[in-house]
Design a binder for this molecule. Structure first.
Ligand SMILES: Cc1ncc(COP(=O)(O)O)c(C=O)c1O
Length: 403
């Protein structure tokens, strides 16, 4: 990957202010938009109008900031990975989203959307979940604000993320098993959307990542921007030159990466999104429409959506958020893949060198950092800021034999 690909000169123009408001069409270059049944168009308009109004309202922003601070535990620390940095010959800083209430970055977005739903007078939150982290965050925010929560989850993910299913139950959410298709995240999204169509008057669909019809990809990125904004300030204090050489995050739909990149897109930092090899839509996907938006999607020769496979339930998704597709085309961000074995090794490595147990999803980002530092792709002496999107307690049972 040469300099060209980092500098946004691959022929596709990025907006003057990259990662800004995509306007009423919700387009990021040729991606994004709103591809939903007629009956959902008014709901999307209503959410966009409500979000624009709330985002400009100091009272809403103040309420959100307060909850993120006194409830969700922000700001999260930026922790140097002391021993691993030494081993790899780089400076690795970890943005600790694993330390938030409920244990992942998903809470940032959910608190924002739940407040919005409450403001719009909705009674119930609907959500899809893969790893269960978004489901747990939704169940949590619903309890906090006195809303009901219904969470759609593939049967296969229910089996491998049992702990999170129990947490959702205890929090009072209804977990609906999805038995269609591969019984994972894509199918849970299908089912949640179908349900939304039939209950749009009193239910708010709280999407867990930067996907779905406009305004979701933009709105979710804005709710996750807090990761990148905090990390930018923390890097300025921690690093001699203020900005890291590399900013790295794992990608399922792409919300923790979008929030992280938003804080650094206007700097010299190289932005790297790390996908699961079996769910690598930015790397192997082609343009197509999925779950209400146009983006890069894993497809077969007939244009049928292919099943994604990843050891991490949260990365088992055949698409990628539309803004990432645009950042990739423009060359401002680079997308790479790692395989399941590297991921489990990375999880064990961080646990043993730093005493931090990362989620399998977050371990993807780390696996690439380890590989790239060892191969010299990340030159010795570089500074790397990596978002550690969540904690790994939920994964231990399912990877017992591999540890
Ligand atoms: C801990 C963790 N990290 C990352 C992800 C991937 O989601 P996203 O790409 O939207 O950040 C998930 C999804 O469930 C997750 O639970």
């Amino acid at each position: 990957m040469g300099e060209m690909s980092w500098s946004g000169r691959r022929g596709v123009a990025l907006p003057a202010r990259a990662m800004s408001d995509p306007g009423v069409t919700g387009r990021f270059g040729g991606y994004g938009g709103r591809y939903v049944p007629e009956s959902l168009i008014p709901a999307c308009h209503e959410i966009e109008a409500a979000f624009r109004e709330a985002w400009e309202d100091p009272e809403f922003r103040n309420r959100l900031d307060t909850l993120l601070t006194v409830y969700a535990g922000r700001p999260t620390p930026l922790t140097p990975a002391w021993r691993l940095s030494q081993e790899l010959g780089i400076t690795l800083l970890l943005k600790r989203e694993d330390l938030t209430h409920t244990g992942s970055h998903k809470i940032n977005n959910v608190v924002g959307q739940a407040l919005l739903a409450h403001r719009m007078g909705k009674r119930r939150l609907l959500a899809e979940t893969g790893a269960g982290q978004h489901g747990v965050a939704t169940a949590t925010a619903a309890a906090l604000l006195g809303l009901e929560a219904t969470v759609f989850m593939g049967e296969r993910d229910i089996e491998r993320q049992e702990l999170n299913v129990l947490r959702m139950n205890v929090l009072g959410a209804e977990v609906v098993p999805v038995t269609t298709g591969s019984r994972t995240l894509k199918d849970a999204c299908n089912e949640a959307m179908r349900h939304w169509v039939s209950s749009v008057d009193d239910s708010y669909y709280c999407i867990g990542t930067v996907m779905g019809p406009h305004p979701y990809p933009w709105m979710v990125r804005e709710f996750q921007r807090v990761i990148g904004d905090e990390a930018r300030v923390q890097c300025a204090a921690a690093l001699p030159v203020g900005v890291p050489d590399y900013v790295v995050a794992c990608i399922g739909g792409g919300s923790n990466a979008a929030g992280t990149f938003a804080g650094f897109v206007d700097t010299t930092a190289r932005l790297v999104g790390v996908e699961a090899e079996g769910g690598a839509a930015a790397t192997f996907g082609r343009a197509g429409v999925l779950h209400g938006f146009r983006s890069l999607v894993l497809q077969d020769d007939d244009g049928q959506v292919k099943e994604a496979h990843s050891i991490a339930a949260g990365l088992d998704y055949p698409g990628i958020g539309p803004e990432h597709a645009h950042l990739r085309d423009g060359g401002r961000a680079r997308y790479v893949t790692v395989n399941d074995d590297e991921v489990v090794r990375a999880l064990r490595c961080l646990a043993r060198t730093e005493g931090i147990l990362p989620a399998l999803e977050s371990s993807h980002a780390l696996a690439w950092v380890i590989r790239a530092a060892k191969s010299g792709e990340i030159p010795a002496g570089s500074t790397v800021m990596m978002t550690l999107s969540g904690r790994g307690d939920k994964d231990i049972a399912s990877i017992r034999e591999m540890l």
